[in-house]
Design a binder for this molecule. Sequence first.
Ligand SMILES: [Zn+2]
Length: 162
Amino acid sequence: MKELLKLVSRVNRPTLGEDIPVVIFRAFRIFSGEYVKDIVGKRGASVLFQNAGRELGKEIGASIGKKSVESYLDDVVRFVKDTRIGILIPVEVGKERSVLRLDECITCSGMPNIGERICHFEVGFVAGVFEHILGRKVKAFETKCNANGEGTCEVVVHAEGD
Ligand SMILES: [Zn+2]
């Protein structure tokens, strides 16, 4: 898995550059997500996207390295903003439970209410960055989502046994 970050980090588009409109990202994301759902079911798709996000989160965590939780989360927040994934706001941070808001989420901000929470990749990403800094497995849940009419994304992280 380590090579994936290297794979996606190399961009050579001298004319078009590195940025794409969010709407295109969402089209790729939503269309492929629906297709994956057709194949592995809704639950399977959410696990699959969450696991993919978790791997990315762990790799980003590893690239930041070990430091105090506050300083580490500052770097994660900066990464999320610099890459324009969203504005990550740690609402509550603890060894056993943390709550993070993701305002202006790349996937769901401004999306109409479709009655479901859809940001499984982002939830996994948050889980992965916490697994790295805590050195423990965590479970993570999306507790708010724009696509569920809740005005933002929110992720709750629970640490599992040592
Ligand atoms: Zn969301």
